[in-house]
Design a protein around this ligand. Sequence first.
Ligand SMILES: Nc1ncnc2c1ncn2[C@@H]1O[C@H](COP(=O)(O)OP(=O)(O)O)[C@@H](O)[C@H]1O
Ligand SMILES: [Mg+2]
Length: 261
Amino acid sequence: MNRGSVVDDFLIELRNVRFDVQDNTIVDDISLGFKEGKATALVGPSGGGKSTVLKLAAGLLVPSQGAVFYQGRDIALFNRGENLNFRREAAVVFQDSALWANQTLYQTLELPLQIHYPKMNSRTREERIREVTRMVGYTRDLSVRPSQLSMGEQKLIGFARALLCRPNLLFLDEWTESLDDDAGGRLVSLVKTLKEEGKTFIFITHDVSLVTSLADYVIMITGGKVSMEMSGTQINTNADMVNIIEEGMNLCDSEYAMLIR
Ligand SMILES: Nc1ncnc2c1ncn2[C@@H]1O[C@H](COP(=O)(O)OP(=O)(O)O)[C@@H](O)[C@H]1O
Ligand SMILES: [Mg+2]
């Protein structure tokens, strides 16, 4: 470990990360870091590149250029064991939930435990599955498939899956979308509790109240670049900041580019 270097200030750091799909640059030379034990909100217009940045930071997309560091180490250089460890410590709730269409919810929830804890017996797995579904407030049958659920229920199962292996770091993409106030409120309290336990959060939202209530840092992503960085305190003491964030959330990327030009 390079103890004492700048890198160690961040749990996850992106350095000069670019991401291209064919001839399109989706993320353009982004450098940013996420601090341990803190919640960072990624905000900005639709199509700006938030989900792509989140997946790059989570190691689910490979940068076309630049590198992503976890605890000061380049994740591209992880060996198999380190990679598995990173996958267990860093969990993702996907914008589209990304559940297995042809598996029951129970099978979907069982898989991460089978991968990460191969010696865990089926009864302990079941207890953990019941525990995480209770935590997120999903009370229905687990023997059904995702197509039988509402979008909101799919989100809850996606959230429960992320919690299964007790991650240290959670990436949440539009995680309260499609949920009613009760269900969303429950997840917000859950995140607050986990944050008090020292977990790190990187989340994307279009709900400015989540930014003001949860975020220690806010990063706005526009046109595949970081267009603004601020602390949670700046947001809570500056109404203009809230307006800027809200405008950014409600526009599409090209409209927002016109606005801030
Ligand atoms: N795999 C891909 N292939 C082609 N275009 C993509 C791909 N992933 C993302 N994009 C494009 O990149 C832009 C940013 O996408 P995304 O990161 O999903 O934005 P956001 O989450 O901010 O709405 C969008 O214009 C999207 O269509
Ligand atoms: Mg997105």
